[in-house]
Design a protein around this ligand. Structure first.
Ligand SMILES: [Zn+2]
Length: 124
């Protein structure tokens, strides 16, 4: 461990993320040795972009996602943003969601949770 730096994905070039085309889950290896799994439905439903979330409230589950096509849950591109986040582009061309590493860690416990839990989730 180096000082108090928050966990970040390891081997940033390339980012150690596993999300083969058509996958429904992305896994991330972190610098603290942990691995987190993220269902794409959860990532998309909690997309932090302004288009999904507006500007005047905290992040909330986007219920429209529950009716979305499969393309809305297929990731076509993952890119590192600075030293703090990952940008996701979806197969339905939705883009602009910047997922901070700290946010991804916060989302990790949602893996496998039922939809009711996702709807009620309130990130810090
Ligand atoms: Zn969005």
């Amino acid at each position: 461990m180096t000082g108090n730096r928050a966990p970040h994905p390891t081997a940033l070039h390339p980012l150690r993320l596993r999300s083969p085309r058509g996958a429904t889950v992305t896994e991330i290896d972190w610098s603290d040795g942990s691995t987190t799994s993220h269902e794409h439905r959860t990532l998309r439903g909690l997309c932090p972009c302004a288009q999904c979330q507006g500007h005047d409230r905290g992040i909330r589950w986007v219920e429209a996602v529950e009716q979305a096509s499969k393309l809305a849950f297929e990731i076509t591109d993952l890119e590192q943003v600075g030293n703090y986040a990952i940008g996701i582009t979806w197969a339905d061309r939705h883009t602009g969601g910047i997922y901070a590493f700290t946010y991804l860690r916060e989302l990790a416990p949602l893996f496998g949770k039922p939809i009711e839990y996702l709807r009620a989730f309130r990130p810090r």
